[in-house]
Design a protein around this ligand. Structure first.
Ligand SMILES: [Zn+2]
Length: 353
């Protein structure tokens, strides 16, 4: 795929941070309706439609070409998340592109590849559970005491274990009991009858609807990590939402500088990948490399499944380095051959050409 193929790549974005359930549902319906065939990425801050070609929807923000693919890479790398470098968002991006047309998946693979490379070389020590730390710091409440987590999805689990690390006595609530609950479990319907907590954290998904504070046990602090919002309460000293944490982060010059630096590095990694992808497929070296990369990607999916204990970044780095070693000399020699011989040689590897 040539580099200019991405000049039409486009992102239409809506800010949805701490949207209420009804607003979120309306925005989602509008965006999905206006972007048939696009990949819709839902993160805790934005709804974004990625596709090819112009779009005349009412998105407050629209970027095209390189900036759009850079943006996707930054989202996938967690550089746009409140907790810098959190890795949950990578799965959300992958899920959004899973059923997308091939062209879109190729663009996403490049962005995800660059995001993974950045993660592999960067020491991100935070996962989404550290949203709890941020919220506590904002509230000035000391860790400790009783904490209730609503929801046992990915976010709920991370927050529960982080709360445990911080010394809270943790209770989790959900509609259904998890198979092997790590903490005291109650059914969601029983929550209103529970005694008081120090902190209640909402990590319920979009299907949960909004919870009025009067049905919750009393708490000194409500932390709303739901997308859309879980709690129908305005932000204040006793109620903190993702938008409050985002605002706080934006007022930290060091944090913002680090994000800018990481974005710049990610841009370099992305450009490397784009220029590899840009090698015209009629060029025998490019065709050969593209074919080998496609095999590597397919095998990676298998390896990840076979070896769930090995971090994907490690599998990626090992396979990439092995192929680089094996292909270094043949690639250099191939480039010095006359075009017909080179094409014939490359043809031994490439499918159906
Ligand atoms: Zn649009």
């Amino acid at each position: 795929m040539a580099l200019d193929a991405f000049s039409e790549f486009r992102c239409c974005a809506w800010r949805t941070v701490s949207f209420r359930a009804a607003e979120m549902a309306a925005a989602r319906a509008e965006i999905e309706g206006a972007h048939p065939g696009d990949a819709i990425v839902v993160s805790c801050q934005r709804l974004e439609a990625y596709g090819f070609g112009p779009c005349d929807c009412a998105a407050p923000e629209q970027v095209t070409g390189l900036p759009a693919i850079e943006r996707l890479a930054a989202v996938a790398a967690g550089l746009e998340s409140v907790v810098l470098g959190e890795d949950q968002v990578l799965g959300q991006v992958r899920a959004a592109f899973k059923a997308a047309p091939r062209e879109l998946r190729l663009a996403a693979d490049l962005a995800i590849g660059a995001a993974r490379a950045l993660r592999a070389e960067t020491d991100f020590d935070s996962h989404s559970g550290h949203l709890l730390d941020k919220a506590l710091r904002l509230s000035t409440l000391q860790p400790g005491g009783r904490l209730l987590v609503l929801g046992v999805g990915a976010m709920g689990k991370l927050v529960a274990s982080r709360a445990n690390e911080l010394g809270f006595q943790v209770t989790v609530a959900a509609r259904r009991r998890p198979e092997a609950p790590s903490f005291e479990f109650v059914e969601l319907g029983r929550v209103p009858s529970l005694p008081a907590f120090d902190v209640i954290v909402g990590c319920l998904g979009s299907g949960a609807g909004e919870i009025a504070p009067r049905v919750l046990p009393t708490a000194r602090l409500l932390i709303d990590l739901g997308t859309p919002r879980n709690f129908n309460v305005p932000s204040g000293p006793g109620a903190i939402a993702i938008s409050d944490m985002l605002e706080d982060e934006q007022q930290r010059p060091h944090a913002m500088a680090r994000r800018r630096k990481l974005r710049a590095r990610l841009g370099e990694l992305l450009k490397e990948r784009l220029s590899h992808a840009a090698v015209d497929s009629r060029n025998p070296v490019g065709a050969l490399r593209a074919e080998i990369e496609a095999i590597r990607q397919a095998e990676l999916i298998r390896y990840r499944r076979l070896h769930p204990g090995v971090p994907p970044e490690v599998l990626d780095a090992i396979t990439r380095s092995l192929i680089e070693k094996v292909m270094h000399q043949p690639t250099a020699r191939l480039k010095s051959l006359d075009a017909d011989t080179a094409r014939e040689f490359a043809g031994l590897f490439t499918a159906g050409s």
